[in-house]
Ligand binder design. Structure first.
Ligand code: ADP
Ligand code: MG
Length: 163
């Protein structure tokens, strides 16, 4: 099954939930090497080669990228929408912001991340910059092939605020 079929089978219902205002999560779970990064982001190195996709979504783009770009295209003309993204990583019980590379803490009382950078999305290229940070930051960890990298989990958020 290719990236487009995977997206079409899984996501339309959840995109509608998101547009209706519900929190929606997609989780890729599995052993190292089973294709989580490939399926969620893209084959390694592909983001860097497609930093300005314009109005089209390249066939090789995976689920999170396809989802964010699809939502952006659907919502960009609605004047009451403000869109943002965050990208964090958890590994060996430590949290890290993939956008500013700083360590993070959790506010247990509020059940919130403290200090996670949230960038405003005004264009396709803004989404690609986040994707690049995710790929680049994680890719360098993966090539080190240490125990750490195989136990890291990236969490990318796309949020819509109603103005
Ligand atoms: N559906 C697929 N078709 C072709 N190659 C794939 C597919 N899924 C994964 N791969 C390749 O297999 C390797 C491991 O996939 P990866 O996404 O890095 O796994 P994980 O993130 O689960 O550790 C990568 O080289 C990736 O490009
Ligand atoms: Mg991976």
């Amino acid at each position: 099954m290719n990236q487009i079929d995977t997206f079409d089978r899984l996501m339309p219902k959840y995109l509608q939930y998101f547009i209706d205002g519900y929190n929606t999560n997609v989780l890729a779970y599995g052993q190292t090497g089973t294709g989580k990064t490939f399926s969620m982001v893209a084959p390694a190195g592909l983001v860097k080669k497609n930093m300005h996709p314009g109005d089209s979504i390249p066939d090789e783009f995976g689920l999170f990228l396809r989802t964010c770009l699809t939502l952006y295209h659907q919502l960009k003309d609605s004047k009451d929408s403000l869109m943002t993204m965050q990208a964090n990583e958890i590994g060996m019980m430590e949290l890290r912001d993939l956008l500013n590379k700083q360590p993070l803490k959790i506010d247990d009382a509020k059940n919130e991340l403290i200090g996670s950078e949230e960038v405003i999305i005004n264009s396709v290229d803004d989404i690609m910059k986040v994707a690049y940070q995710v790929e680049n930051e994680r890719y360098s960890a993966a090539t080190a092939m240490n125990l750490n990298s195989s136990r890291c989990h990236a969490m990318v958020s796309f949020r819509r605020y109603r103005k």
